[in-house]
Write a protein that binds this ligand. Structure first.
Ligand SMILES: [Zn+2]
Length: 319
């Protein structure tokens, strides 16, 4: 007997088929209709339903490329289960390279949303009803915020055995235990019974090959661990597990010169950079306040006193 079709928006996708679906969000003042573009691969064979999304923050374009590459390797003829791909969730922010929505709301603080709320709230609600409620597992792709860069990393509730299993399967260089945040997709998904991984890597408004490749391979490995695809993204080194992280902050205003890179291990007290005045005279050295792995860096040349400079995560098992 053929596998049952998959209902989404106002269409039903038959087993063994791929379909693009445009789910209506709103109509702009100009009269243009705005849709949420979704691609569904409904595998011929049974298996779990997984969603993958990017650009909840409109300037985090890297995940759009991760999804493009993942989709190019998949066919509904051979897929076990169902993949629901939403490359751009914040469709309005994406068009203008903006993290937020036009009303300045953060979509990732607007979940689960409501049908009659603000624009952010409505998009969140639509995503919950059309995507999250139809899936068992989700992967939410992010990058660092404006003028910062992140080491490829999974952020997830590592105390939940199911989530931990998938985080390990992803195989990012670092997996960071992170408590849920109210209003986030990860929180709302969990509340509806989904297992959600958050991937962080790279910079806003950029395509960086290292975090793109780590993202594609990680997603492929998760799909392989779920039995949805045969080949995986290669064997990964085990992720370095971290449970605590914090930012080293600037104690003076100055022009930043970093002496560490993403993924470096630093010791407490180690010099990681310096701050200079406009003529290059050093005004302050920057030291690590703890030992750890560099998982995030400020890429802005000018930092103000108090600004975050380097994000250090403490491995559970120090090497
Ligand atoms: Zn983000």
């Amino acid at each position: 007997m053929a596998r049952e079709s998959f209902a989404i928006g106002n269409v039903r996708v038959r087993a063994g088929q791929a379909r693009e679906v445009e789910i209506p969000i709103t109509r702009l003042v100009t009269g243009a209709d705005v849709h949420l573009p979704v691609r569904v691969l409904h595998g011929k064979e049974p298996g779990p339903a997984v969603w993958i999304n990017a650009a909840i923050h409109g300037d985090e374009v890297l995940g759009v490329e991760v999804i493009r590459r993942v989709l190019s390797t998949l066919s509904p003829k051979t897929l076990h289960g169902t993949l629901v791909a939403v490359p751009v969730v914040n469709v309005l922010g994406f068009m203008t390279g903006d993290r937020y929505l036009p009303d300045r709301r953060d979509l990732n603080r607007s979940f689960p949303g409501s049908a009659r709320g603000s624009l952010a709230s409505r998009i969140a609600h639509l995503f919950m009803v059309e995507v999250v409620d139809r899936c068992d597992i989700g992967i939410d792709l992010h990058t660092a915020a404006d003028r910062r860069a992140n080491l490829p990393q999974i952020r997830a509730d590592l105390d939940d055995p199911r989530t931990r299993e998938l985080a390990e399967a992803f195989g990012a260089p670092v997996m960071l235990h992170s408590k849920l945040r109210d209003g986030s997709l990860r929180q709302a998904g969990k509340d509806r019974g989904s297992t959600v991984l958050l991937y962080e890597g790279g910079e806003a408004l950029r395509f960086d090959e290292v975090p793109i490749t780590a993202g594609v391979d990680g997603v492929r490995r998760v799909l392989a661990s779920l039995g949805m695809v045969d080949t995986n993204g290669g064997v990964a080194e085990p992720s370095v597990e971290c449970r605590q992280s914090s930012w080293v902050r600037a104690r003076r205003t100055g022009i930043l010169h970093l002496e560490v890179e993403l993924g470096d291990r630093v010791e407490a007290g180690q010099r990681i950079g310096g701050l200079s005045d406009t003529f290059g005279r050093r005004v302050r050295l920057v030291h690590a306040d703890r030992s750890g792995v560099v998982i995030g860096l400020n890429r802005a040349p000018l930092v103000n006193s108090g600004d975050a400079i380097a994000h250090l995560a403490e491995p559970v098992v120090p090497d």
